[in-house]
Design a protein around this ligand. Structure first.
Ligand SMILES: [Fe+2]
Length: 210
């Protein structure tokens, strides 16, 4: 275990405390974004020390910012948290700066290092994997959203995150998922009676000899 893994252990403890307190981001998303970012980082020969830290910081203040009704501030809040947290460790300055870039650039389309681009793309998997969409309905219900609100948000997030992908390997891997999720959400907009009516129309046409 190297030094960064020691820092990661300390960070995980603080992140879990934030997650338990604010219920956002979910522990599931915190872990998944990190795992995806590390896998992408390996494939793109990125610096894994930066990614292990950067991915964990991205939304670490999302819950607190959301509770204070300033969700857009979660990036600056996470940056402040990361600067204070990492000040306690003798980490190389170059690594620290790249970790900060991962945080500040994770909702942008311009990246100053590959690690930052990897983290931003990994963050998009939250809404481009079927299991995550189903889990979103479950988790957002627990946060007080009703079915229609979650449905609308799911439709929005799927498109938003698909457009935000910048890495070709991610676009290639997720294109099929994106199309299937879009189709499913489109079909899911229809009420059961719509399907019955279609069947009836076919039967009527058959009776009429059409
Ligand atoms: Fe974010």
């Amino acid at each position: 275990m190297d030094y960064v893994d020691d820092i990661v252990n300390d960070l995980d403890q603080q992140a879990v405390a934030e997650i338990m307190k604010y219920n956002t981001p979910s522990l599931d998303n915190y872990n998944d974004v990190t795992s995806v970012a590390i896998e992408l980082g390996k494939r793109l020969n990125a610096n894994l020390s930066v990614i292990k830290l950067g991915a964990r910081f991205l939304d670490i203040k999302l819950g607190e910012a959301t509770e204070q009704k300033k969700t857009n501030e979660h990036v600056n809040m996470a940056l402040g948290f990361a600067k204070e947290f990492l000040a306690g460790y003798p980490l190389e300055e170059d690594i620290k700066q790249k970790v900060f870039a991962c945080i500040t650039e994770h909702h942008t389309a311009k990246f100053t290092c590959i690690e930052s681009e990897v983290c931003a793309n990994a963050d998009c998997y939250k809404f481009l994997v079927p299991k995550k969409i189903l889990r979103m309905f479950y988790e957002w219900r627990n946060r007080g959203y009703n079915f229609e609100q979650i449905f609308l948000l799911a439709e929005e997030k799927v498109d938003e995150r698909w457009k935000a992908l910048t890495l070709d390997i991610c676009k290639k891997e997720l294109e099929d998922n994106y199309n299937k999720i879009k189709l499913f959400l489109d079909v899911a907009r229809k009420d059961p009676v719509n399907f019955v009516t279609i069947e009836q129309q076919v039967e009527e046409k058959l009776r009429d000899g059409e």
